[in-house]
Design a protein around this ligand. Sequence first.
Ligand code: NAP
Length: 323
Amino acid sequence: MPPDETPEILLIRQTRPDVAERLSGRFRLHRMEEAPDREAFLDAVGPRIRALAVGAMCPIGAALFDLLPRLEIVASFGVGYDTIDVGEARRRGIVVTHTPDVLSDEVADLAVGLLLATLRRIPQADRYLRAGRWREGSFPLTTSLRERRVGILGLGRIGRAIAQRLEGFGVAIAYHGRTPQADVAYAYHDSLLGLARAVDVLVVAAPGGPGTNGIVDAAVLAALGREGIVVNIARGSVIDEAALVAALTAGTIHGAGLDVFANEPHVPQDLIDLDQTVLLPHVGSGSHYTRAAMARVLGDNLLSWFDGKGPVTPVPETPWSGR
Ligand code: NAP
Protein backbone atom coordinates (compact mmCIF):
# COMPACT_ATOMS: atom_id res chain seq x y z
CA MET A 1 0.00 0.00 0.00
CA PRO A 2 1.51 3.42 -0.93
CA PRO A 3 2.25 5.57 2.14
CA ASP A 4 -0.38 8.16 1.30
CA GLU A 5 -3.02 5.42 1.31
CA THR A 6 -2.41 4.53 4.95
CA PRO A 7 -5.94 4.43 6.41
CA GLU A 8 -6.60 7.19 8.92
CA ILE A 9 -8.43 6.38 12.13
CA LEU A 10 -9.96 8.75 14.62
CA LEU A 11 -9.80 7.75 18.29
CA ILE A 12 -12.62 9.15 20.43
CA ARG A 13 -12.49 8.51 24.18
CA GLN A 14 -10.24 5.57 23.36
CA THR A 15 -7.20 5.98 25.54
CA ARG A 16 -5.87 2.44 25.99
CA PRO A 17 -2.15 2.32 25.11
CA ASP A 18 -2.45 -1.27 23.81
CA VAL A 19 -5.10 -0.23 21.29
CA ALA A 20 -3.05 2.72 20.04
CA GLU A 21 0.17 0.69 19.93
CA ARG A 22 -1.37 -2.08 17.86
CA LEU A 23 -3.18 0.22 15.46
CA SER A 24 -0.29 2.66 15.00
CA GLY A 25 1.70 -0.01 13.19
CA ARG A 26 -0.82 -0.08 10.41
CA PHE A 27 -2.85 3.14 10.50
CA ARG A 28 -2.41 6.86 10.91
CA LEU A 29 -4.06 7.72 14.21
CA HIS A 30 -5.71 10.96 15.26
CA ARG A 31 -7.02 11.66 18.73
CA MET A 32 -10.09 13.77 19.16
CA GLU A 33 -9.34 14.58 22.78
CA GLU A 34 -5.91 16.01 21.94
CA ALA A 35 -7.33 18.63 19.54
CA PRO A 36 -7.53 22.07 21.18
CA ASP A 37 -10.23 23.13 18.68
CA ARG A 38 -12.31 20.08 17.77
CA GLU A 39 -14.30 21.85 15.07
CA ALA A 40 -11.17 22.99 13.24
CA PHE A 41 -9.60 19.58 13.81
CA LEU A 42 -12.56 17.74 12.27
CA ASP A 43 -12.66 20.19 9.36
CA ALA A 44 -9.03 19.36 8.68
CA VAL A 45 -8.87 15.58 9.17
CA GLY A 46 -12.56 14.58 8.92
CA PRO A 47 -12.57 14.13 5.14
CA ARG A 48 -9.71 11.58 5.42
CA ILE A 49 -11.04 9.49 8.32
CA ARG A 50 -12.07 5.95 7.34
CA ALA A 51 -12.58 4.42 10.77
CA LEU A 52 -13.46 5.34 14.33
CA ALA A 53 -12.11 3.58 17.41
CA VAL A 54 -14.35 4.70 20.22
CA GLY A 55 -14.58 4.19 23.95
CA ALA A 56 -17.58 2.71 25.73
CA MET A 57 -20.78 4.75 26.00
CA CYS A 58 -19.56 7.19 23.34
CA PRO A 59 -22.37 9.14 21.63
CA ILE A 60 -21.93 8.68 17.88
CA GLY A 61 -24.49 9.67 15.26
CA ALA A 62 -25.47 11.69 12.21
CA ALA A 63 -23.81 14.98 13.26
CA LEU A 64 -20.41 13.29 13.43
CA PHE A 65 -21.01 11.10 10.37
CA ASP A 66 -21.72 14.29 8.37
CA LEU A 67 -18.15 15.42 9.07
CA LEU A 68 -16.63 12.07 8.08
CA PRO A 69 -17.67 11.43 4.47
CA ARG A 70 -15.22 8.52 3.97
CA LEU A 71 -16.15 6.73 7.18
CA GLU A 72 -16.48 2.96 6.70
CA ILE A 73 -16.42 1.44 10.16
CA VAL A 74 -17.00 2.34 13.82
CA ALA A 75 -15.21 0.00 16.22
CA SER A 76 -16.69 0.40 19.67
CA PHE A 77 -15.11 -0.74 22.94
CA GLY A 78 -17.79 -2.68 24.82
CA VAL A 79 -20.71 -4.90 23.95
CA GLY A 80 -23.51 -2.36 24.52
CA TYR A 81 -23.90 0.18 21.74
CA ASP A 82 -27.04 2.07 22.74
CA THR A 83 -25.20 5.41 22.42
CA ILE A 84 -24.38 4.72 18.76
CA ASP A 85 -27.02 5.49 16.15
CA VAL A 86 -26.73 2.15 14.33
CA GLY A 87 -29.79 2.89 12.18
CA GLU A 88 -28.06 5.96 10.81
CA ALA A 89 -24.81 4.02 10.36
CA ARG A 90 -26.64 1.33 8.45
CA ARG A 91 -28.34 3.90 6.19
CA ARG A 92 -24.92 5.30 5.33
CA GLY A 93 -23.33 1.89 4.78
CA ILE A 94 -21.11 2.24 7.84
CA VAL A 95 -20.38 -0.96 9.77
CA VAL A 96 -20.45 -0.84 13.56
CA THR A 97 -18.52 -3.41 15.59
CA HIS A 98 -18.50 -4.17 19.31
CA THR A 99 -16.73 -6.55 21.70
CA PRO A 100 -19.21 -9.31 22.67
CA ASP A 101 -18.46 -12.59 24.50
CA VAL A 102 -15.01 -11.74 25.87
CA LEU A 103 -16.57 -9.78 28.73
CA SER A 104 -19.59 -11.99 29.51
CA ASP A 105 -17.94 -14.07 32.25
CA GLU A 106 -16.47 -11.01 33.97
CA VAL A 107 -19.77 -9.15 34.00
CA ALA A 108 -21.63 -12.27 35.16
CA ASP A 109 -19.13 -12.74 38.00
CA LEU A 110 -19.74 -9.17 39.06
CA ALA A 111 -23.53 -9.57 38.82
CA VAL A 112 -23.46 -12.54 41.19
CA GLY A 113 -21.11 -10.66 43.53
CA LEU A 114 -23.43 -7.67 43.48
CA LEU A 115 -26.44 -9.86 44.20
CA LEU A 116 -24.73 -11.47 47.18
CA ALA A 117 -23.38 -8.12 48.39
CA THR A 118 -26.90 -6.68 48.28
CA LEU A 119 -28.58 -9.62 49.99
CA ARG A 120 -25.92 -10.19 52.65
CA ARG A 121 -25.02 -6.49 52.99
CA ILE A 122 -21.32 -7.17 52.46
CA PRO A 123 -20.25 -3.50 51.99
CA GLN A 124 -22.37 -2.45 54.96
CA ALA A 125 -20.78 -5.16 57.13
CA ASP A 126 -17.32 -4.03 56.00
CA ARG A 127 -18.15 -0.44 56.95
CA TYR A 128 -19.52 -1.66 60.29
CA LEU A 129 -16.26 -3.39 61.16
CA ARG A 130 -14.07 -0.48 60.01
CA ALA A 131 -16.13 1.92 62.12
CA GLY A 132 -15.26 -0.14 65.19
CA ARG A 133 -18.88 -1.08 65.75
CA TRP A 134 -18.27 -4.87 66.04
CA ARG A 135 -17.02 -4.26 69.58
CA GLU A 136 -20.46 -2.82 70.39
CA GLY A 137 -22.33 -5.85 69.10
CA SER A 138 -22.85 -8.25 66.24
CA PHE A 139 -23.79 -7.04 62.78
CA PRO A 140 -27.58 -7.37 62.25
CA LEU A 141 -28.90 -10.45 60.45
CA THR A 142 -29.52 -10.02 56.73
CA THR A 143 -31.72 -11.29 53.93
CA SER A 144 -30.64 -14.47 52.13
CA LEU A 145 -30.31 -16.05 48.72
CA ARG A 146 -31.77 -19.26 50.16
CA GLU A 147 -35.07 -20.29 48.58
CA ARG A 148 -35.00 -17.29 46.26
CA ARG A 149 -36.50 -17.28 42.80
CA VAL A 150 -34.32 -15.31 40.39
CA GLY A 151 -35.64 -13.70 37.22
CA ILE A 152 -33.27 -12.61 34.48
CA LEU A 153 -34.35 -9.82 32.15
CA GLY A 154 -32.45 -10.55 28.93
CA LEU A 155 -31.11 -14.08 28.69
CA GLY A 156 -28.38 -13.18 26.20
CA ARG A 157 -24.65 -13.81 26.44
CA ILE A 158 -24.32 -12.17 29.86
CA GLY A 159 -27.75 -13.25 31.13
CA ARG A 160 -26.91 -16.88 30.34
CA ALA A 161 -23.55 -16.63 32.07
CA ILE A 162 -25.33 -15.26 35.15
CA ALA A 163 -27.91 -18.07 35.03
CA GLN A 164 -25.16 -20.71 34.73
CA ARG A 165 -23.48 -19.35 37.84
CA LEU A 166 -26.75 -19.17 39.75
CA GLU A 167 -27.47 -22.82 38.98
CA GLY A 168 -24.64 -23.58 41.37
CA PHE A 169 -26.43 -21.66 44.12
CA GLY A 170 -29.48 -23.92 43.95
CA VAL A 171 -32.03 -21.21 43.21
CA ALA A 172 -34.99 -21.32 40.81
CA ILE A 173 -34.26 -19.41 37.60
CA ALA A 174 -36.72 -17.82 35.16
CA TYR A 175 -36.31 -15.24 32.41
CA HIS A 176 -37.98 -12.76 30.12
CA GLY A 177 -36.93 -11.64 26.67
CA ARG A 178 -38.82 -10.98 23.46
CA THR A 179 -38.43 -14.60 22.39
CA PRO A 180 -38.32 -17.88 24.33
CA GLN A 181 -35.10 -19.86 23.99
CA ALA A 182 -35.43 -23.51 23.07
CA ASP A 183 -32.11 -24.68 24.50
CA VAL A 184 -32.60 -23.70 28.15
CA ALA A 185 -34.72 -25.30 30.87
CA TYR A 186 -35.41 -22.05 32.74
CA ALA A 187 -39.05 -20.94 32.96
CA TYR A 188 -39.92 -18.38 30.25
CA HIS A 189 -42.30 -15.47 30.87
CA ASP A 190 -43.63 -13.59 27.87
CA SER A 191 -44.00 -10.38 29.87
CA LEU A 192 -41.67 -8.65 32.27
CA LEU A 193 -44.54 -8.09 34.68
CA GLY A 194 -45.30 -11.82 34.60
CA LEU A 195 -41.65 -12.58 35.36
CA ALA A 196 -41.60 -10.07 38.24
CA ARG A 197 -44.71 -11.65 39.76
CA ALA A 198 -43.05 -15.08 39.66
CA VAL A 199 -39.70 -14.12 41.25
CA ASP A 200 -38.27 -12.07 44.12
CA VAL A 201 -34.90 -11.22 42.56
CA LEU A 202 -34.71 -9.44 39.20
CA VAL A 203 -31.35 -9.30 37.44
CA VAL A 204 -31.31 -6.86 34.54
CA ALA A 205 -29.13 -7.99 31.62
CA ALA A 206 -30.99 -6.53 28.63
CA PRO A 207 -29.47 -3.82 26.42
CA GLY A 208 -30.26 -0.12 26.79
CA GLY A 209 -31.99 1.91 24.10
CA PRO A 210 -35.54 2.86 23.13
CA GLY A 211 -36.84 -0.74 23.32
CA THR A 212 -36.02 -1.11 27.02
CA ASN A 213 -36.18 2.46 28.30
CA GLY A 214 -37.71 2.43 31.79
CA ILE A 215 -39.31 -1.01 31.38
CA VAL A 216 -38.45 -1.88 34.97
CA ASP A 217 -41.13 0.49 36.23
CA ALA A 218 -43.21 0.96 39.39
CA ALA A 219 -45.55 -1.93 38.51
CA VAL A 220 -42.66 -4.35 37.88
CA LEU A 221 -40.98 -3.33 41.14
CA ALA A 222 -44.22 -3.73 43.09
CA ALA A 223 -44.69 -7.19 41.59
CA LEU A 224 -41.34 -8.32 43.02
CA GLY A 225 -42.77 -7.79 46.48
CA ARG A 226 -41.45 -6.56 49.81
CA GLU A 227 -38.52 -9.00 49.81
CA GLY A 228 -37.69 -8.02 46.23
CA ILE A 229 -34.13 -7.34 45.11
CA VAL A 230 -33.12 -5.68 41.85
CA VAL A 231 -29.65 -6.08 40.38
CA ASN A 232 -28.69 -4.08 37.30
CA ILE A 233 -25.46 -4.71 35.41
CA ALA A 234 -26.87 -3.71 32.00
CA ARG A 235 -27.82 -0.07 31.48
CA GLY A 236 -29.28 2.44 33.93
CA SER A 237 -31.89 3.48 31.38
CA VAL A 238 -33.64 0.09 31.65
CA ILE A 239 -34.86 0.96 35.16
CA ASP A 240 -37.13 3.90 35.95
CA GLU A 241 -34.74 5.32 38.55
CA ALA A 242 -37.33 7.57 40.21
CA ALA A 243 -39.67 4.59 40.58
CA LEU A 244 -36.81 2.56 42.05
CA VAL A 245 -36.03 5.23 44.64
CA ALA A 246 -39.73 5.43 45.52
CA ALA A 247 -40.04 1.63 45.83
CA LEU A 248 -36.94 1.38 48.05
CA THR A 249 -38.02 4.32 50.21
CA ALA A 250 -41.55 3.00 50.68
CA GLY A 251 -40.36 -0.55 51.36
CA THR A 252 -42.20 -1.81 48.27
CA ILE A 253 -39.00 -3.77 47.53
CA HIS A 254 -36.11 -4.61 49.83
CA GLY A 255 -32.91 -3.62 48.09
CA ALA A 256 -30.97 -2.90 44.92
CA GLY A 257 -27.48 -3.62 43.62
CA LEU A 258 -26.59 -1.30 40.77
CA ASP A 259 -23.51 -1.12 38.55
CA VAL A 260 -25.12 1.25 36.04
CA PHE A 261 -27.15 4.45 36.23
CA ALA A 262 -29.31 6.55 33.95
CA ASN A 263 -26.98 9.57 33.88
CA GLU A 264 -23.46 8.30 34.60
CA PRO A 265 -21.29 9.32 36.34
CA HIS A 266 -24.03 11.19 38.21
CA VAL A 267 -25.82 8.98 40.72
CA PRO A 268 -29.03 10.23 42.36
CA GLN A 269 -28.33 11.30 45.93
CA ASP A 270 -31.46 9.43 47.01
CA LEU A 271 -29.85 6.13 45.93
CA ILE A 272 -26.65 7.02 47.76
CA ASP A 273 -28.55 7.94 50.93
CA LEU A 274 -30.47 4.66 51.04
CA ASP A 275 -28.92 2.02 53.29
CA GLN A 276 -30.26 -0.95 51.32
CA THR A 277 -28.43 -0.19 48.06
CA VAL A 278 -25.03 -1.39 46.88
CA LEU A 279 -23.71 0.98 44.23
CA LEU A 280 -20.79 0.43 41.87
CA PRO A 281 -19.25 2.86 39.35
CA HIS A 282 -19.94 0.81 36.16
CA VAL A 283 -17.17 -1.72 36.69
CA GLY A 284 -18.82 -4.84 35.21
CA SER A 285 -16.06 -5.55 32.69
CA GLY A 286 -13.45 -3.53 34.56
CA SER A 287 -10.60 -5.97 35.15
CA HIS A 288 -7.17 -5.74 33.51
CA TYR A 289 -7.75 -9.20 32.00
CA THR A 290 -11.10 -8.50 30.38
CA ARG A 291 -10.40 -4.95 29.24
CA ALA A 292 -7.27 -6.26 27.46
CA ALA A 293 -9.40 -8.92 25.74
CA MET A 294 -11.88 -6.24 24.66
CA ALA A 295 -9.00 -4.14 23.28
CA ARG A 296 -7.85 -7.11 21.21
CA VAL A 297 -11.32 -7.60 19.72
CA LEU A 298 -11.58 -3.92 18.85
CA GLY A 299 -8.20 -4.07 17.11
CA ASP A 300 -9.06 -7.34 15.37
CA ASN A 301 -12.12 -5.70 13.82
CA LEU A 302 -10.18 -2.79 12.35
CA LEU A 303 -7.29 -4.90 11.11
CA SER A 304 -9.61 -7.46 9.54
CA TRP A 305 -11.66 -4.72 7.92
CA PHE A 306 -8.68 -3.04 6.30
CA ASP A 307 -7.31 -6.44 5.26
CA GLY A 308 -10.49 -6.74 3.20
CA LYS A 309 -11.83 -9.62 5.32
CA GLY A 310 -14.80 -7.79 6.81
CA PRO A 311 -15.52 -7.08 10.44
CA VAL A 312 -15.05 -9.81 13.06
CA THR A 313 -17.89 -8.85 15.40
CA PRO A 314 -20.36 -6.50 13.69
CA VAL A 315 -23.52 -5.54 15.58
CA PRO A 316 -26.61 -7.28 14.18
CA GLU A 317 -28.03 -4.00 12.85
CA THR A 318 -25.07 -3.52 10.49
CA PRO A 319 -24.37 -7.09 9.40
CA TRP A 320 -21.59 -7.73 6.94
CA SER A 321 -22.37 -9.74 3.85
CA GLY A 322 -19.10 -9.20 2.04
CA ARG A 323 -20.00 -6.12 0.03
P1 NAP B 1 -27.09 -9.89 24.25
O1 NAP B 1 -26.38 -11.18 24.09
O2 NAP B 1 -27.53 -9.15 23.03
O3 NAP B 1 -28.33 -10.15 25.21
C1 NAP B 1 -29.34 -9.22 25.39
C2 NAP B 1 -30.60 -9.95 25.81
O4 NAP B 1 -31.62 -8.97 26.05
C3 NAP B 1 -31.14 -10.91 24.78
O5 NAP B 1 -31.40 -12.12 25.44
C4 NAP B 1 -32.42 -10.28 24.29
O6 NAP B 1 -33.37 -11.32 24.07
C5 NAP B 1 -32.83 -9.39 25.45
N1 NAP B 1 -33.57 -8.22 25.01
C6 NAP B 1 -33.26 -7.35 24.03
N2 NAP B 1 -34.20 -6.41 23.92
C7 NAP B 1 -35.15 -6.72 24.84
C8 NAP B 1 -36.40 -6.12 25.19
N3 NAP B 1 -36.86 -5.03 24.56
N4 NAP B 1 -37.12 -6.69 26.18
C9 NAP B 1 -36.66 -7.78 26.82
N5 NAP B 1 -35.48 -8.39 26.53
C10 NAP B 1 -34.75 -7.87 25.55
O7 NAP B 1 -26.19 -8.84 25.06
P2 NAP B 1 -25.10 -9.16 26.17
O8 NAP B 1 -23.79 -9.38 25.53
O9 NAP B 1 -25.64 -10.20 27.08
O10 NAP B 1 -25.05 -7.74 26.92
C11 NAP B 1 -26.21 -7.24 27.55
C12 NAP B 1 -26.01 -5.80 27.98
O11 NAP B 1 -25.17 -5.74 29.12
C13 NAP B 1 -25.27 -4.92 26.97
O12 NAP B 1 -26.16 -4.42 25.99
C14 NAP B 1 -24.70 -3.81 27.81
O13 NAP B 1 -25.56 -2.70 27.85
C15 NAP B 1 -24.62 -4.43 29.21
N6 NAP B 1 -23.23 -4.54 29.68
C16 NAP B 1 -22.88 -3.93 30.85
C17 NAP B 1 -21.57 -4.03 31.32
C18 NAP B 1 -21.13 -3.39 32.59
O14 NAP B 1 -19.97 -3.04 32.71
N7 NAP B 1 -21.99 -3.25 33.59
C19 NAP B 1 -20.63 -4.75 30.58
C20 NAP B 1 -21.03 -5.37 29.42
C21 NAP B 1 -22.33 -5.26 28.98
P3 NAP B 1 -34.54 -11.18 22.96
O15 NAP B 1 -33.85 -10.78 21.69
O16 NAP B 1 -35.18 -12.51 22.95
O17 NAP B 1 -35.44 -10.09 23.49
